[in-house]
Design a protein around this ligand. Structure first.
Ligand code: ADP
Length: 502
C-alpha cells in the first residue's frame, strides 16, 4: 500500500461492504477468508467455512460438472472470470448469482489463491424476465389487434408495427423498424412530419394526439388511401412514445362517394321542385315577348290594309321586331328546358328490402358511432315495389338524416324503420325517431319548401320528399310518436304478381 492507503482502512472497507460476498480461497478452492458480506449472502459463519472447499456454495449439478474448478482454472489462465448461475445458501435455498473470480499471484506469478466476489441478482433477473414477458405481451397484442398499429419514438422512428399494419401498408415489420414513420406518408405530410413532431415535443400543442384525423397514407407500392389516425402518447423509461391506431377508410369513402352521387341527384330533384315556384315567373316572362309579337304582327297587318303602296320600311321593321321577340321567347323556353333538364323518372320493379337496406346504410352513416340504436322491422312478404329507386332512396335517406338530427343529444336514442301493407295495392314505409318532435309552429308548412328550423337547413328535404312521393302516386305525412319523437310515413305502389311485367 505504497500510495498511502492504509491496510487497516482497506480491511475496514472490505469488512463493511456487506452487499456482496467477498471470499478468498487457496489454490484448491478452500476458504481462507470469509467476510461479513459472504455471511449475509450464504448464511454460513466464517468459522464454519474457513478451510472448507467452496463447493458447498454451488448446486449439486454444477459441482458434478466441475464448475468451481473450471472457474478457478479460467481465472488462472485468462484473467478475471465472470459467470452467472445458481448458488446455494446454508438453508439449501438457491439464488441467481453473478460471480467474479480473480487469481491472486506470488511475485513469481505463480497462483497462490483466488478472490471471489459474488452478488445476488435474483431481483434483476426477475425484472428482466418480467420485461421479456411484457414484451411478449405487447407482441401478442401487435399480432392480434384488428386495427393497424404503429408505435414510434419522439424522433419518429418506428418501434413496432402490427400484423394488421403489415397487411395494410405492404411492409413487413422488419422492413420498417427503426425507419422514420414518414415513409408511410405521401407529401406534404412526408416532408413535414419531422417538423410536426418537433413542434409537438417543444410546445405540447396538440394537433392530432388524442384528437384523431383523417389523412392520406401511402402503401409500399406507392398507392395512396384515406385513413383515420388516432394517436396516443405514453412515456416509457423517461422516453416518449406515440402509438398510432389506423383505420382504413377506403370502404367508407366509397360509400361517401355514393352518397355524393345520390346528393347530386337530389339537387336535381330540388331543381325540379323549385320549377313549380318558377312556373309563374316564367309564364310572366313569356307573356311579354308573346304580347309584343302579337302587337307587331297586328301592326303589320294594319299597314298592309292601308290604301296605296304599303310602307315597306315600316313593315320590315315590324316583322324584324316580331322575329326578335320570337327569338327571345324561344330563349326563355330553352332556359326553362335546361333548368329542368332531367332524365325521365324511371319507375321499375325494385326490391323494397334491398332498397331500404342500401339507403339506410348511407343515411345512418355515423349514427351508430353516436350511439343511436336502429331497429328494422321489414315485412318479408313485401318485396316488389314500382319506383324510381334512386328517388325513393332519397326520401328514405332524407327521413333518416332528419331523424338522426332530431335525436341530437336526447337521452332516448332510437330510430325504427318498418314496412307494412296499406290499402289499394300500396305499401307504407315508416321511419320513427325518439327525437325532439316537430316544432308546432312549423307543422302546417312541414312539407313546404324553405320551411326549416335549422340554422344550416335549406328546408328543401321534406318538400323534395313530397314531390317524389306524390310523383309516385303516394302520399307522405308525419305524426307525433307516442312517448316523444316523430313518425314519418309514406306510401308507394307494390308490384303484386300479375300486375306488372318484369
Ligand atoms: P332541413 O332539414 O334542411 O331543415 P327538411 O325539409 O328536411 O329541411 O326539414 C324541415 C324541418 O322539419 C326541419 O328543419 C325540422 O324542424 C323539421 N323536421 C324534419 N324531420 C324532423 C324529425 N324527424 N323530427 C323533428 N323535426 C323534424
Amino acid at each position: 500500500m505504497s500510495h498511502g492507503a492504509n491496510a487497516e482502512d482497506l480491511a475496514l472497507f472490505v469488512e463493511s461492504a456487506t452487499d456482496r460476498a467477498v471470499i478468498l480461497t487457496d489454490v484448491d478452492g478452500c476458504v481462507t477468508a470469509w467476510l461479513p458480506g459472504a455471511e449475509n449472502l450464504f448464511g454460513w459463519k466464517a468459522m464454519e467455512m474457513i478451510g472448507k472447499p467452496i463447493d458447498c456454495l454451488y448446486s449439486r449439478n454444477d459441482v458434478a460438472a466441475r464448475q468451481p474448478a473450471t472457474e478457478r482454472k479460467n481465472a488462472a489462465n485468462t484473467g478475471p472470470t465472470r459467470s452467472e448461475g445458481w448458488r446455494v445458501r446454508r438453508d439449501g435455498s438457491e439464488f441467481a448469482a453473478e460471480a467474479t473470480t480473480i487469481a491472486l499471484r506470488n511475485p513469481d506469478k505463480s497462483v497462490r489463491g483466488f478472490g471471489l466476489s459474488i452478488g445476488d441478482i435474483t431481483a434483476r433477473k426477475a425484472a428482466e424476465q418480467a420485461l421479456a414477458h411484457s414484451e411478449l405481451h405487447v407482441r401478442s397484442i401487435l399480432a392480434t389487434v384488428p386495427s393497424a398499429m404503429v408505435v414510434i419514438d419522439e424522433r419518429g422512428n418506428i418501434l413496432s408495427f402490427s400484423a394488421a399494419a403489415e397487411k395494410l401498408f405492404g411492409w413487413s415489420e422488419a422492413d420498417v423498424i427503426g425507419r422514420n414513420v414518414k415513409m408511410l406518408m405521401p407529401n406534404p405530410d412526408h416532408d413535414r412530419h419531422d417538423q410536426y413532431l418537433a413542434r409537438y415535443c417543444s410546445t405540447g400543442e396538440r394537433r392530432i394526439i388524442g384528437i384523431g384525423r383523417i389523412i392520406v397514407a401511402e402503401r409500399r407500392d406507392g398507392t395512396q388511401f384515406p385513413m383515420e389516425l388516432s394517436v396516443g402518447e405514453a412515456s416509457s423509461g423517461g422516453r416518449r412514445i406515440f402509438t398510432g391506431f389506423i383505420r382504413d377508410l377506403t370502404e367508407e369513402q366509397r360509400a361517401e362517394f355514393k352518397l355524393k352521387e345520390l346528393q347530386s341527384e337530389l339537387i336535381h330533384v330540388a331543381r325540379v321542385s323549385a320549377m313549380g315556384t318558377m312556373a309563374s315567373t316564367l309564364a310572366h316572362e313569356l307573356n311579354q315577348p308573346l304580347t309584343a309579337i302579337a302587337n307587331y304582327t297586328r301592326a303589320a297587318r294594319d299597314l298592309l290594309d292601308r290604301a296605296g303602296d304599303p310602307p315597306l320600311d315600316l313593315l320590315g321593321e315590324a316583322v324584324t321586331e316580331a322575329a326578335r321577340e320570337a327569338l327571345r321567347a324561344g330563349h326563355i323556353v330553352r332556359r326553362l328546358r335546361d333548368f329542368v333538364a332531367r332524365g325521365e323518372v324511371e319507375q321499375r320493379v325494385e326490391n323494397l328490402p334491398a332498397l331500404i337496406d342500401e339507403a339506410s346504410r348511407l343515411g345512418l352513416m355515423g349514427a351508430r358511432e353516436r350511439s343511436v340504436r336502429v331497429t328494422f322491422d321489414i315485412d318479408p312478404t313485401i318485396q316488389k315495389v314500382v319506383v324510381d329507386r334512386v328517388q325513393i332512396q332519397q326520401v328514405i335517406l332524407n327521413l333518416l338524416r332528419n331523424a338522426v338530427e332530431a335525436i341530437g343529444e336526447n337521452e332516448l336514442r332510437e330510430i325504427a324503420v318498418s314496412t307494412a301493407r296499406d290499402s289499394h295495392g300500396m305499401v307504407r314505409v315508416v321511419v320513427s325517431d325518439t327525437g325532439s318532435g316537430i316544432d308546432p309552429a312549423l307543422a302546417p308548412q312541414l312539407f313546404e319548401a324553405f320551411a326549416s328550423t335549422k340554422e344550416q337547413g335549406m328546408g328543401l328535404g321534406l318538400s323534395i320528399c313530397r314531390t317524389i312521393v306524390e310523383a309516385h302516386g303516394g302520399r307522405i305525412w308525419a305524426e307525433p310518436r307516442i312517448g316523444g319523437g316523430t313518425v314519418f310515413q309514406f306510401t308507394i305502389m307494390t308490384a303484386d304478381e300479375g300486375e306488372i311485367d318484369e
